[in-house]
Design a protein around this ligand. Structure first.
Ligand SMILES: NC(=O)c1ccc[n+]([C@@H]2O[C@H](COP(=O)([O-])OP(=O)(O)OC[C@H]3O[C@@H](n4cnc5c(N)ncnc54)[C@H](O)[C@@H]3O)[C@@H](O)[C@H]2O)c1
Length: 364
């Protein structure tokens, strides 16, 4: 049976990931909703989507729709997800799960109460390199992973629009891209429970201006509906996360920093071997997302050994959506990117801000 879906928010992530992802997965997109009617209509026309709504509550009344993607700014995720679950729709919610832990918790509780699927849009878990590394970890090639040093760093890549307005986004790079690297690393480490967080955030380069800046502007800025000048969030953060099993994760994230170039990297130290996943690095000329290098470092026959692993190439968003559609078709909760995991990540994200604001170690 073909899975029938609705899209709430028809901006960039809906257009480049969710809509093509559902089409690729063989689902039928019944309707699209956006407060900007012109955008929703254009998207509907481009992708041949029959119905357009400007009020998501009206879309949720459509009995044909089994599942929805929430592709709106962060401050709308919780209410829209809860309303969708209570309207008997399964939900794929974009990252971050919510603005704070209370919201995330009530989304999880609503999913449990209604029995409807709630999956988080942690697409990086579906990268070819991440999946390959997880296979090595699951076959015990790394042993016990006790330390991770990771980062998602941009040299000049501050988005504009709602992303930089704390009331709409919840924060800067911590909540926008830190969410990805922290979730992926914690997943690779076996989803340990957080014990404490000590963090610092900075706001030093928010007003930069440079030609050729790499960016991700909100649709309203792209369409000239807002100027995108307001910015009241951090541009760099560093945090030490300690888990209850004794392992630690050291993480750095930035939208703007004076570094040689953009990087998305994960270094894992295990008792049997270590691993390094590295992409966007300017030393790998022409590298794109999913063109990452995966290396393993160990010891064999009394010698140090380095392995280079060629990961399969995947479009992580499409793989994520294919998996969600499968869960909906089989009417079962996902085994990865679960709402419970979203809540744990939200706790860490909010603790980073709390620690940075208070200067204190935050314990759970
Ligand atoms: N996983 C990823 O790689 C990734 C990448 C980018 C963005 N995102 C996430 O996707 C979400 C959307 O980001 P985006 O880049 O597409 O932003 P965007 O600004 O391009 O799109 C958001 C859309 O939501 C619409 N919207 C706002 N209020 C609405 C309402 N009340 N009802 C219906 N529609 C409404 C806006 O008009 C806009 O079209 C965010 O949560 C963001 O963090 C995820």
């Amino acid at each position: 049976m073909v899975v029938k879906v609705g899209i709430i928010g028809s901006g960039l992530i809906a257009q480049f990931a969710h809509i093509p992802g559902y089409l690729e997965a063989g689902a039928e997109i019944v309707a699209v909703c956006d407060v900007v009617e012109k955008r929703a209509k254009e998207v509907a026309k481009k992708f041949n989507i029959p119905k357009v709504y400007t009020d998501y509550r009206e879309l949720l009344k459509n009995p044909e729709i089994q599942a929805v993607s929430i592709c709106t700014p962060n401050y709308l995720h919780a209410q829209m997800t809860i309303d969708a679950l209570e309207s008997s729709k399964h939900v794929l919610c974009e990252k971050p799960m919510a603005m704070n832990v209370e919201e995330a918790q009530s989304m999880l509780e609503t999913s449990k109460k209604t029995g409807k699927i709630l999956m988080m849009g942690f697409n990086n878990r579906f990268r070819g390199d991440a999946r390959k590394l997880k296979q090595f970890i699951d076959s015990d090639k790394l042993g016990e992973i006790y330390y991770a040093k990771v980062g998602y760093m941009r040299r000049r890549g501050t988005p504009r629009g709602w992303f930089t307005v704390k009331a709409e986004s919840g924060g800067g790079p911590v909540i926008d891209i830190g969410v990805h690297i922290i979730d992926l690393t914690r997943y690779l480490m076996g989803n340990p429970e957080p014990a404490s967080v000590f963090a610092t955030t900075y706001r030093k380069l928010s007003e930069y201006s440079i030609d050729g800046r790499q960016t991700w502007d909100s649709s309203d800025v792209r369409d000239g509906l807002r100027d995108g000048k307001l910015n009241d969030v951090e541009d760099l953060a560093t945090a030490l996360i300690k888990f209850k099993n004794g392992s630690t994760m050291f993480v750095e994230v930035s939208w703007a920093a004076n570094i040689s170039g953009d990087r998305f990297y994960i270094n894992l130290c295990g008792t049997k071997a270590g691993a390094e996943l590295d992409s966007y690095n300017p030393i790998h000329k022409g590298a794109k997302n999913n063109d990452a290098l995966l290396k393993l470092f160990g010891e064999e026959l009394n010698s140090l050994t380095d392995y280079y692993v060629e990961p399969p190439k995947t479009v992580s968003h499409f793989e994520e959506i294919k998996y969600f559609v499968k869960c909906v078709a089989e009417n079962r909760q996902p085994e990865i990117c679960k709402a419970e995991e979203g809540v744990q990540i939200q706790k860490i994200l909010n603790a980073i801000y709390e620690s940075a604001d208070t200067g204190k170690l935050i314990t759970f």
